[in-house]
Each structure stands twice: as structure tokens, then as C-alpha cells.
Design a protein around this ligand. Structure first.
Ligand SMILES: [Zn+2]
Ligand SMILES: [Zn+2]
Length: 66
């Protein structure tokens, strides 16, 4: 699990239920834009941890690694 803000090891969750390190529990990560279609992404959790997935899924499968 990685901090959504800095990418270091996450030990906590912020108020938006995003994994964060101890330094960033008070911050919320802003959803980046999908690299494929430029729509917003949403935080998803998969087998290998959290990632930003396109809001238009399954029509678009753009993802951004955290
Ligand atoms: Zn952090
Ligand atoms: Zn997309």
C-alpha cells in the first residue's frame, strides 16, 4: 500500500479513505486525469494495491499507478 500523495509506504487512511503515509493523513490527493481519455479518475483498489482508474471504466481502461 502506497501513500496517494508521495508514494511512500502508507500506514494510515485520510478522511477520503485514501491510503496515506503518516505525514499526509490530513491531505487529500486530487484525482489525476486519465492518460487515455482525459476524464477524471477515481481511486480503486485491486489485487496489487491502490491505483487511479478511469471514471469511464469499463469503456476506458486508462489507469495511473500510485
Ligand atoms: Zn505521503
Ligand atoms: Zn479514460
Amino acid at each position: 500500500m502506497k501513500c496517494v500523495i508521495c508514494g511512500s509506504f502508507a500506514t494510515n487512511y485520510n478522511e477520503a479513505e485514501q491510503p496515506t503515509c503518516s505525514r499526509h493523513t490530513k491531505e487529500k490527493a486530487k484525482a489525476p486525469k486519465c492518460p487515455v481519455c482525459k476524464h477524471e479518475t477515481v481511486l480503486r483498489t485491486g489485487k496489487w494495491g491502490s491505483f487511479w482508474g478511469c471514471r469511464m471504466y469499463p469503456n476506458c481502461v486508462g489507469t495511473i499507478k500510485i
